[in-house]
Write a protein of this length. Sequence first.
Length: 649
Amino acid sequence: MLSLFRRIIYSRLGVIVALAALMVIAVAFVLGDVTGVQSAAGTADTTVATVGGKSISAAEFRQRFKNDLDGFRRQQPGLTAQLYAEAGGFDGTLSRMIAGLAMEEFAKQNGMAVPKSMVDQQIAAIPNFQGLDGKFDQKTYETLLRQIGQTDRGLRADIARSVLNEQLTTPILAARQFPQQLAQPYASLLLEKRSGTIALIPAQAVASTAAPTEAEITTFYKRNQGRYRLPERRVIRYAIVAPQTLGAAATTPTEAEIAAAYRAQAARFAASEKRDVQQVVVPDRAKADALAAQVRAGAALAVAAKAIGLEAASIPGIDRGSYAGRTSADLAAAVFAAPRGGVAGPVKSPLGWTVARVDKIEKVAAKTLDQARAELTTELTTRKTAEAMTAAQDRIGDAIDSKATFDELVQGQKLQAATTPPVTAEGRDPANPALNPNPLIQPILKAAFATDPDEGVQIAPMGERDGTFAIVSVARIVPPATPPLAELREVLVRDFIVDRARQAARQVAAKVVSAVNSGTPLSEALKATGLKLPPTEAVNASRAQLEASQGRPAPALVLLFSMANNTAKLIEAPQNGGWFVLHLTRIDRGDASATPAIVAARRAELGGVIGPELAEQFVKAVRRQLNVKVNEAEVARLRAELVGGTTAP
């Protein structure tokens, strides 16, 4: 998981705030968590970094760090501040803030500005500021700003900064030109081939069955506490609100409601007639008359229309009102006056003259109230259920806004509460490994781990079509911790024995590598170990195979292409199986000069990364020009405060 966050946090685009800033603002609003990065007015604060004539305060950094952490938590609910910092999140947040401020200062120094109308457009485009009609709503805007503690001025400053950054870097990111002379050496690398030999030193070959001493177990436990560290767990209280919890009276229609619905839809249940119709629109009246005459004489409408270059349209099972809505009242009157097999028209229409033929007539008898009762009951039940669920959610939401506790909500709404044991974000209970996570409460777990417990009770949609939701409260947080040695003794003994064999195998493999790199043939170095080893295997690969592995190449293959010729290196076998000794014996250089297609493909591929590379260098150059200064002591203090003393990666 840490490698995933490192790739996201320290990707090339991650340091280019220009593209990310506006997206961060917009996404944060969608998630209802925009707070900006400005300090509270009138509050003295310590400076974290200075950029030109501006500074980043500790309060600004705290808020942005929290926003970034919360954003990643929505992707990985179990993410803690410690894990986020270990993956580079703390330093990534600071780097992005400095880069964003530097780009803004650079833009202003060069006479760039953002007009108010452009900021207005950006604000109006944010969905959470729009009313039911899809247009910007001033009242909604002001309400949301109050809820998140933001000001109109602060938000506009953030958006203006993001627009300036985007204007500076977008042209650079669009660069795709990569010189032919530079592309050819990269293309030649694809044709490079390497050969060698790989040998395995199995852990089992040097494994000892001797039981570890108490001192060895204690030392092993102290050195590997992080390996057995349990993630953060939470005790979650929840109560599900479903249609059945609202009671039959709230969702079941009464006789009066059914009768009223029947009266309101009298036309729907009255006797009606549906017809299958074929029709052709003819631009010319004379041709329309001739076509109608042919059809009345027995010709098929579709065949006769095709003969004059037209195509008949079929309209199955349509009533008069619907047909009139699609065509015209005059044509509908003519069609529904014709008998089965009869021809109507030509009748004037906006596009010409319509000739129609009635293929089928279906009489639909009227339905009495008793006959329509089941249908209406189902429809009304669905509607009343949706209305009741919406009302219940609004009622509970209002109570939550009024700071009602979980117990008050459960008692007031007559709900059935449940409590989980201390579970991880995946719903697992380390104290009971045999208990599988309950898939039905995954939305509850997600809500519980995605929010700060201080925020109080949350509403979590359960993903059901009937609107079922849950109220969720975090009763207790069990911080990450390593169980005491006594609880882990059995596991520690097993792992110690495995690790001891692994270390012994590594020592043997290291001696083999040293001997080979000193000139001893691999076969002799392996024989000198005195161990019964599996036979060696030949390794042959091209760099094209390495790149074709779609980001998951075999570790041995990666190592093969990072070695000097006639050298040996170590690589660990999977699942503590021992160690591989990889010996590279031959390198065949590639030459793509005779394969222009490969050079062209490589050039196009490199053109896709040159823009981000140039943009990254541009941001670094701007930072150097503006003489960025970082208060390392304050950064260290904030790291300890926000992360708990995690050191920089």
